[in-house]
Design a protein. Structure first.
Length: 204
């Protein structure tokens, strides 16, 4: 048995549901797609071609990969950072981001977007379970499954699975494959295997 990790590609923050983040999100999304295209990866690729391109990404242009990493980190952490003042001692003289003070700033709407994303993941987990695949660990958008083969398509090609491989928001991508004893060893240590893989996964 293998331990297959996948994650939801680029956290989805629907611009129509969170007005303060709409320009920010759309700009990031287009920038990310442009960088991926320069790396030879597009949303219209067939699954085998996409998986092959992702496998070769580690040898791609390091400058473009660094830019992709920066966009990924901004998408993951940038919105949450908007609501926080500078925390480091050497940043004490800096001001907090002004966005949370904007009249249109709605933390409740952001929380609703996050809750909706979690509900969608739970729905997909429940449907996929009808095919006999249950998650072994979850950390945010990272989900670890036990599979008989090292291929994510073993899960996505099942009749009930709502997971789809792709680079668009809400789609999933393979992150890492580990033997099942790796998973059990991490659990014995009290470590969430999904969180560990999330902290070390490549930036898509």
């Amino acid at each position: 048995m293998h331990c297959t990790d996948s994650h939801v590609a680029q956290p989805s923050l629907p611009s129509g549901h969170f007005p303060p983040a709409a320009p920010w999100y759309d700009h990031l999304r287009l920038a990310r797609l442009a960088v991926l295209e320069r790396l030879g990866i597009t949303a219209t690729m067939d699954t085998p071609d996409l998986l092959a391109a992702l496998a070769a990404l580690a040898q791609a242009d390091p400058l473009q990969r660094a830019l992709l990493h920066a966009l990924h980190a901004t998408g993951q952490d940038g919105l949450a950072a908007l609501a926080q003042p500078p925390a480091q001692p050497d940043q004490a003289a800096l001001a907090a981001w002004p966005s949370p003070k904007d009249p249109t700033w709605r933390p409740d709407l952001y929380a609703a977007v996050v809750a909706n994303a979690r509900a969608n993941i739970h729905r997909k987990l429940a449907r996929t379970a009808r095919s006999g695949y249950w998650p072994l660990a979850v950390a945010g958008g990272h989900i670890v499954y036990a599979t008989r083969t090292p291929h994510l398509t073993e899960i996505t090609d099942t009749p009930y699975s709502d997971f789809r491989i792709g680079i668009s928001p809400g789609h999933v991508l393979p992150v890492a494959v580990r033997p099942l004893h790796w998973y059990t060893a991490r659990c014995a240590e009290g470590t969430n295997p999904a969180q560990l893989l999330k902290d070390t996964c490549p930036s898509w």
